[in-house]
Write a protein that binds this ligand. Structure first.
Ligand code: T46
Length: 133
């Protein structure tokens, strides 16, 4: 699936006295994952991202802490999303410029549609704006 960024609400199985589990599976994912990675201990004054991808689609989840994500699709207004619940993910389509800022305790899981490929990155904002949507 492509289109615009949107939030995905995962089921939360459990209750407060025993804890919870959320599951990402094919029924609630817009693509079949090929890679999962996570980032952590990002200093609060560091902003990451500043790139887009030709083909990669992703779902970001703040499994701990808070992540503020600014997205931009070509020809559209920028959008800001705040992830601070382990049961909410943000779907990021291909060709979406993004910037992320983290609370220091944030652990970000990224569920990715493709294997790692540096050639899939667009790291030059001016080049991103020049590309066809
Ligand atoms: C994104 C956000 C949410 C690898 O060698 N393999 C990998 O699978 C990844 C993801 C990264 N790397 C290396 C490449 C760079 O030397 O790790 C370094 C940092 O990667 P990147 O510049 O992509 O880091 P972020 O945090 O800006 O972005 C990452 C994802 O790569 C990116 O797709 O959207 O997390």
């Amino acid at each position: 699936m492509s289109g615009s960024p949107y939030l995905i609400y995962f089921n939360s199985i459990g209750k407060s006295d025993i804890g919870y589990i959320s599951v990402a599976e094919k029924e609630n994912l817009p693509f079949v994952p090929k890679r999962i990675y996570w980032t952590y201990f990002t200093p609060e004054d560091v902003k990451r991202g500043y790139h887009s991808h030709y083909n990669l689609e992703q779902i970001l989840v703040a499994v701990a802490g808070r992540i503020i994500i600014t997205t931009e699709m070509k020809g559209c207004e920028k959008q800001e999303f705040v992830l601070e619940s382990p049961k909410v993910g943000l779907y990021i389509p291909k060709m979406c410029w993004r910037m992320m800022q983290y609370s220091h305790n944030a652990v970000q899981i990224c569920i990715a549609s493709e294997e790692y490929d540096e050639k899939d990155y667009i790291r030059d904002y001016a080049a991103f704006l020049k590309l066809k949507a």
